[in-house]
Design a protein around this ligand. Structure first.
Ligand SMILES: Nc1ncnc2c1ncn2[C@@H]1O[C@H](COP(=O)(O)OP(=O)(O)OP(=O)(O)O)[C@@H](O)[C@H]1O
Ligand SMILES: [Mg+2]
Length: 209
């Protein structure tokens, strides 16, 4: 499956979810490729910070032609996770056309909810050519027991894209693990962050099936 993790809004958790969902898929024994199409190369930085053996290959390909190259790129893999760039619309459009399912990270903030309109519009456009394209929001950096954490789902319901039930809480282990090029399940195997990522990956696979 080809999973595009996209949102033109910056800093919403695209790279954080990309590396951890890719790691979670790789843990099941699947052959996983992480495609970093962000010119910033954050997923590549994550891979470079790692000391141990890689969990999966990370390839940088910030080109608006990935939808044409994806079959060739993916032939040896069970899953490809695409870490999208902020802002650059032609890259996002290409990633959408390359993907089977789009996951849109959003933070529980009105700015993120408003900004999601842009990616939803691109998905709508892509559906003209690709009717089967699936897309869902993933709430990231939720702060436990806050009203905004609960309201975000309601606000997102105004868009014609569903939200996954699984969400990811704001936890310092996400940044700490990233600094060492680790997935959260490596940095804190019994932790809640790892459990939330596992739950989100499982729900995403079921949603996309
Ligand atoms: N659930 C979380 N808990 C704590 N920190 C988080 C969480 N998700 C993301 N972060 C932190 O927020 C920052 C932005 O996350 P990330 O780089 O994944 O976003 P992005 O959407 O890929 O950004 P960009 O648009 O620049 O590519 C990072 O410092 C990351 O460690
Ligand atoms: Mg990023």
């Amino acid at each position: 499956m080809i999973i595009g993790i996209l949102n033109q809004k910056g800093g919403v958790g695209k790279t954080t979810l990309s590396v951890n969902i890719a790691a979670s898929l790789a843990r099941t024994g699947a052959r996983v490729l992480l495609l970093d199409i962000d010119p910033q190369g954050s997923a590549l930085d994550w891979a470079a910070a790692r000391e141990g053996a890689p969990l999966f290959p990370v390839v940088g390909l910030p080109r608006a032609t990935i939808h044409k190259e994806i079959d060739q790129l993916g032939k040896d893999y069970d899953h490809i996770v695409i870490d999208g760039p902020p802002r650059v619309t032609d890259l996002a459009r290409s990633a959408i056309m390359a993907s089977d399912v789009i996951l849109i990270p959003v933070q529980p903030s009105p700015y993120d909810i408003w900004a999601a309109e842009e990616v939803v519009k691109l998905i709508d456009e892509a559906r003209i050519y690709k009717e089967s394209l699936k897309a869902a929001f993933a709430v990231n950096r939720k702060i436990a027991n806050t009203a905004i954490g609960r309201d975000v789902r309601e606000a997102l319901a105004a868009y014609p894209v569903p939200s996954l039930v699984a969400s990811i809480t704001q936890r310092v282990v996400f940044a700490e693990a990233a600094a060492q090029g680790l997935a959260v399940h490596e940095a804190d195997p019994e932790g809640l962050a790892a459990r939330e990522i596992e739950a989100m990956t499982a729900e995403l696979l079921e949603f996309a099936a």
